[in-house]
Design a protein around this ligand. Structure first.
Ligand code: SF4
Ligand code: SF4
Length: 156
């Protein structure tokens, strides 16, 4: 999901007035704060359904920018990368990061004060310390059987 940046030309505080399913593409994409947390590998307990976050990032995540390095054609490299849409958000919200704007709005909550749509600064997510900037290791360097050793608390 880390391909969008906050865009100009959007109606003021559209997220407070428009339901998620009524948003246009630009509004939908602008909700992404660029935290990079949805591009981390997760471990899900089959029995409890509990989801644990690791700091082991998808091979295409840039640790410095928290952006996908091949967002437009990422499926050529990562076929199972999920495209979040208004229609499938209900099936994914449960594993999305606590601070993710899509999850927050889906749960009827407000955007945090550091969100780039509110600050006007795409870097405010990093300045607030809630992104994965400089905190990940690549999945190339950690075998899957060792991911358990990389479980982290979500920075919030
Ligand atoms: S967790 Fe949400 S806000 Fe953060 S990069 Fe992914 S889609 Fe964007
Ligand atoms: S391919 Fe990887 S880095 Fe790119 S958006 Fe998907 S999960 Fe994130």
């Amino acid at each position: 999901m880390t391909g969008a940046i906050a865009q100009k030309g959007l109606a003021r505080e559209f997220w407070k007035r428009k339901p998620l399913k009524k948003m246009n593409d630009a509004e939908w994409e602008a909700l992404c704060d660029g935290c990079g947390k949805c591009c981390l590998n997760k471990l899900e307990d089959d029995d409890s359904g509990e989801v644990a976050l690791t700091n082991v990032a998808c091979r295409l995540l840039d640790d410095a920018t928290c952006r996908c390095v091949h967002y437009e054609n990422r499926r050529q490299f990562v076929p199972d990368c999920i495209s979040l849409t208004p229609d499938n958000l209900d099936t994914h919200a449960y594993w999305m990061p606590q601070t993710c704007a899509y999850r927050l709005l889906f749960d009827g909550k407000e955007l945090p004060e550091w969100h780039p749509l509110i600050t006007g600064d795409p870097n405010s997510v990093h300045k607030a310390g809630v992104s994965m900037q400089h905190r990940t290791v690549s999945e190339f360097s950690v075998p899957e059987e060792d991911w358990e050793d990389h479980i982290i608390e979500e920075p919030t």
